[in-house]
Design a protein around this ligand. Sequence first.
Ligand SMILES: Cc1cc2nc3c(=O)[nH]c(=O)nc-3n(C[C@H](O)[C@H](O)[C@H](O)COP(=O)(O)OP(=O)(O)OC[C@H]3O[C@@H](n4cnc5c(N)ncnc54)[C@H](O)[C@@H]3O)c2cc1C
Length: 468
Amino acid sequence: MREIDTDYLVVGGGASAMAFTDSLLAASDARVVLVDRRHRPGGHWLDAYPFVRLHQPSAVYGVGSRSLGHDRIDGSGPNAGFYERANANEIRDYFSRVLDEQFLPSSRVRFLGLHDYRGQDGDGHHVISLLTGESATIRARKVVDATYIESEIPSRHTPSFSVAAGVHLVAPNQLVDLDAPPGGFTVIGAGKTAMDTCNWLLDSGVDPDRIQWIRPRDPWLFDRASFQPLRLVASYMQLQASWVEAAARAESGMDFARRLHAAGVFLRIDPDVEPEVYRGPIISTRELDALRTVERVVRLGRIRAIDGRRIELEHGEAATQPATVHVDCTAAGVPPAKPRPIFAGERITLQYVTITGATWSAANVGHIEATRDNDAEKNRLAPPVSFSGNASDLLHFSYAAMSGLYARTSESDLAAWAESCRLNPASGAIERIDEPQIAAAFTSMMSNFGPAMRNLAARVGKGAAAPT
Ligand SMILES: Cc1cc2nc3c(=O)[nH]c(=O)nc-3n(C[C@H](O)[C@H](O)[C@H](O)COP(=O)(O)OP(=O)(O)OC[C@H]3O[C@@H](n4cnc5c(N)ncnc54)[C@H](O)[C@@H]3O)c2cc1C
């Protein structure tokens, strides 16, 4: 049995693990062992459906020390006018290069691919090779759980409904393998994967009338126009200003969402249906317009069973045909996770600490770990920003996000680091303070931040001291 000594054992080699490790390496001399069941770094992107792209700009995704893409603004297509978004191949290649060209040559990182983490006892942490069965014991100062917010994706997901023999049910990954045109498509799910699937079918020339969309609950969506960094950072500052203003006045999570909708930050698919779900996906209005052409929408709750001609749902039935391809998009993507302290002695549990951006969150946690000494202080700087999936919980979500942001920006070294980090969507805004839109956003945030924190603290019952 192998024995390995290290400073940090990072369990998981996904995007969060990579961003955490990169930040930690940059601000300390720590040694890291990364362990993943998959053979390469990149996590769920290794098994993503072929037409997936980031929903946020590549410019603010990945690790802090390396650009992803070329920070170009797309000139055509549904993303025209917005910063480029990497596809799965680009993301896989990116994380491979981070490992091969940066982490491994530093001699401070070891990557154990195809290794399963099996827990800890008095001897250390145990991992086993999924190829050879050989086990290794890793003694580490700290273990970093980079699996807690692990993504749930269609190709590795078992649907919760029953499927009769002969029903053609596929993951979106398999849509590119069809060998004959089906009788129609039934897309199942209301999240980003279902939206990507409908948009891809439409872009590929499928008539919207041939698509039936089972959409149990509609989601609130971010307008991509509000989520642009770098030269377009004014849009992101306006988003932040609208967010803080809504937080200052909202009486409930749903009221908060409605205010962001009125401000043009949140979108909804159907103007006549108020969404109940919040998971933070980002979409362009062009994509939204295309989605609205799919009119055969079934809102009868979740599916219980599919047989040859009938889809049984919680609140009724829908028709289907033996020749229909059913596309299972019900994997949670980013599943809700109960918040827990990120820093707890020898254990660090990676979670979101910002309103979006898994890698921006993980980079923050890595930097705080490297630059702060005690857990209470680290946890004050990085409260988990967990979402339940319900828009009604948006005030709790906002309170955590804004408390953390306030704590971090109040520390001059962290504020300077954040300003210089490529993953920070707000980076560069201060340099452009002369632009009227950015100046107005800062003014609005400064006047609304105190009232927002007081309103949120009162409504989510924390009673915490709010900044004045
Ligand atoms: C389709 C899709 C698009 C997305 N787009 C964006 C986006 O544009 N921007 C954004 O910020 N976020 C996006 N996300 C959110 C996404 O969750 C994060 O960006 C990020 O990739 C998640 O990385 P992760 O490391 O947290 O999880 P994962 O990628 O799921 O990695 C977790 C890893 O842990 C490993 N693991 C689990 N258990 C063990 C064990 N016992 N032993 C060893 N290894 C283990 C798994 O094999 C896996 O590789 C998207 C998610 C999806 C599904």
